[in-house]
Design a protein around this ligand. Structure first.
Ligand SMILES: [Zn+2]
Length: 337
């Protein structure tokens, strides 16, 4: 009742979570270095842990958090995971890279500083090339490309987010549709084990981190949404305990876990691109993700342009009319299984 927000935050989180949120890997780097791992810190907020040379052909797993600065559930989850793993570092059975995305935005408790970092993973950024996020994406892309170098490596990437709004499926994922079919099945199996209830296959690149690692680096990747945005320390991470367990199994077993219920699979039917400031959604902006819209109904209007549902039920995901013109303001998906 009496406390400042800062005190509440500090009481609600442990030192590992706070260090991760501040992109400070000094403690965890020491623990793994002392256990014989090759530890690299290629840039601020990026940690790479590789096994000694005698361990060949371990999977390479990239876990990223904080690409959006106000999405803190994954920071809490990963901070706890790394803390537990750091107590028995030799249990780590993959080559691991951890990326803390938008460090400045996390500190500010904002989604981004200048522009959305999760649209910057491409070479053409138009007028956003001079933003802080464009520079940060360059740093991340260089480090990740170096980590994933080597054609025959078994490469995985989970980019951990939280959604802006409520969702019919509190945990869901977007899987780049360029991931080859057998790899895609492996990703879906792993997501199922993590308690992810819905997966959207997306063909469009859109400059997201996971689409870039899939397309350019051949990673089996997914963007994973765990609940809703909230302040660090105020999240109910127990709700996503199954995701923490699945990641822990991956880290310690050295292979992707399976044996969960497979998520329901959707594919993108249409992308809502905001062409101008006249863009208006036809529904209340609080509508939860995966809400069903009936065939033929209006989804959005943008001046003379009207987005309508096609001839089957479509479900709305990520509606966000506040994006800059030219960017994606939402996805319409249909059942694919
Ligand atoms: Zn996000």
């Amino acid at each position: 009742m009496c406390c400042r927000i800062d005190d509440t935050m500090n009481n609600g989180i442990n030192a590992s979570v706070r260090s991760l949120a501040e992109a400070d890997f000094s403690d965890i780097a020491d623990r793994f270095a002392n256990a014989g791992f090759a530890v690299r810190l290629p840039a601020r907020g990026i940690l790479q842990l590789s096994a000694p040379e005698r361990f060949l052909r371990r999977p390479k797993l990239l876990l990223s958090v904080g690409i959006h600065g106000d999405e803190t559930t994954p920071i809490e989850m990963l901070g706890n995971l790394l803390d537990a793993l750091g107590r028995t570092p030799r249990a780590l059975a993959v080559d691991l890279m951890v990326v803390v995305g938008n460090i400045g935005a996390i500190a500010a408790g904002k989604r981004f500083l200048d522009a959305d970092l999760n649209r910057m993973f491409r070479t053409d950024r138009g007028e956003l090339g001079g933003t802080q996020e464009a520079s940060r994406a360059d740093v991340i892309m260089r480090s990740v490309a170096s980590f994933f170098a080597g054609a025959d490596a078994d490469k995985w990437h989970f980019d951990l987010h939280t959604a802006i709004r409520a969702s019919r499926y509190p945990a869901f994922a977007v899987v780049p549709d360029i991931v080859s079919a057998p790899r895609r099945e492996a990703v879906l199996g792993c997501l199922g084990r993590a308690g992810i209830e819905a997966a959207i296959l997306n063909r469009s690149q859109a400059g997201t981190f996971s689409a870039w690692t899939a397309e350019r680096l051949g990673a089996a990747s997914a963007t994973v949404e765990l609940g809703r945005i909230g302040a660090l320390g105020a999240n109910n991470i127990d709700q996503f305990e199954q995701a923490r367990i699945a990641l822990d199994e991956f880290l310690r077993a050295g292979r992707a876990p399976v044996n969960g219920n497979l998520p329901k699979v959707f594919r993108v039917k249409q992308e809502l691109v905001k062409h101008s400031e006249k863009f208006r959604l036809a529904f209340n902006r609080e509508l939860e993700n995966f809400s069903a819209l009936t065939p033929g109904s209006v989804i959005a209007e943008d001046g003379d342009m009207v987005y309508r549902v096609g001839d089957e039920t479509e479900y709305v995901v990520f509606p966000n009319p506040d994006v800059r013109p030219g960017l994606r303001a939402g996805l319409m998906v249909v059942r694919a299984d």
